[in-house]
Design a protein around this ligand. Structure first.
Ligand SMILES: [Fe+2]
Length: 136
């Protein structure tokens, strides 16, 4: 299964966000690797759980930055985060219930979501942060 490669077009120019995204991509790749190896559901669930925990931390950091600058698009951006967390929690519930998951569709979904989210809403957030003074 193809891995998610970091490419320069994903760089938002915000070091906090970019650092988080690099780590997120490596954690998505750990999950893809686990699925590709056909590992047992409990192992995939643990790998996915690590990804979920880190994703929540990352979204929290972005949302704190949105609040700091009173970002105008924060509601729509946050709703994308909430929706993704709901979807990955559903995936974890399926794994924990012993269901077989479709590795190709899960990997396509995660990679497409992350790439699209970074290239659209996160780029706009990074641009808004850049135009604001830094926190005192
Ligand atoms: Fe985001």
């Amino acid at each position: 299964m193809a891995q998610f490669s970091w490419t320069d077009d994903l760089c938002t120019g915000n070091s906090l966000i970019d650092g988080d995204h690099r780590k997120l991509i490596s954690m998505v790749n750990a999950l893809l690797d686990s699925m590709a190896k056909g590992q047992a559901n409990d192992i995939m669930s643990k790998v996915l759980n690590n990804l979920i925990l880190y994703t929540k931390e990352h979204f929290g950091r972005e949302e704190a930055e949105m609040q700091r600058i009173r970002y105008v698009a924060s509601l729509s951006h946050k709703s994308e985060h909430t929706k993704l967390i709901k979807q990955v929690l559903e995936l974890k519930a399926s794994l924990d219930a012993g269901e077989r998951i479709n590795a190709v569709s899960v990997s396509g979904f995660l990679c497409d979501w992350l790439r699209n989210h970074i290239l659209t809403v996160d780029m706009k957030l990074a641009a808004a942060l850049k135009s604001q003074p830094q926190a005192a």
